[in-house]
Design a protein around this ligand. Structure first.
Ligand SMILES: [Zn+2]
Length: 151
């Protein structure tokens, strides 16, 4: 198994809804995404994936959607206020916690065809969240597909 990790840094704002704490105020972070890819085999160039391709692909998506934007949950009245000022907002269905943003980045990396295994999003220098999808358990060797019969 080979693993590679690409870091992408971006700035974002958010606020948490139904949260009793200062994170319910609009505020911003200098975030760092760690995109972890893995594959059993290397490609013809001896790579899991070209770092340049990951950067071009994911950096472009992040720049277009998240970088220097407020990320807000659908229904947050701040969305309309910001859009009325001609500014852009990235709207997600869940509370824009670090955990949910890590999953969003995972899903985008997967959509772009990379063999992603997890995404970690650093929100501050000492706080991060990682999203790793639950894997299906390995099938026993003698399960479905085996044509041999016991001797
Ligand atoms: Zn925050």
């Amino acid at each position: 198994m080979y693993e590679i990790v690409k870091h992408i840094e971006f700035c974002f704002g958010h606020r948490l809804i139904d949260y009793d704490g200062k994170c319910n105020q609009p505020h911003g972070h200098n975030g760092r995404a760690e995109i972890r890819l893995a594959h059993n085999k290397l490609n013809e160039q001896g790579m899991v994936a070209d770092f340049r391709d990951i950067r071009h692909s994911m950096q472009a998506w992040i720049d277009e959607n998240l970088d220097h934007r407020m990320i807000l949950q659908r229904g947050d009245p701040l969305i309309e206020a910001i859009e009325n000022l001609g500014q852009h907002v990235y709207v997600i269905e869940e509370n824009p916690t670090t955990e949910n943003l890590a999953r969003l980045l995972y899903e985008q990396t997967e959509l772009q065809g990379f063999p992603v295994v997890s995404v970690t999003l650093w929100e501050t220098s000492d706080s991060y969240a990682t999203y790793t999808p639950k894997r299906l358990p390995k099938q026993p060797k003698n399960d479905i597909g085996s044509e041999t019969t016991a001797p």
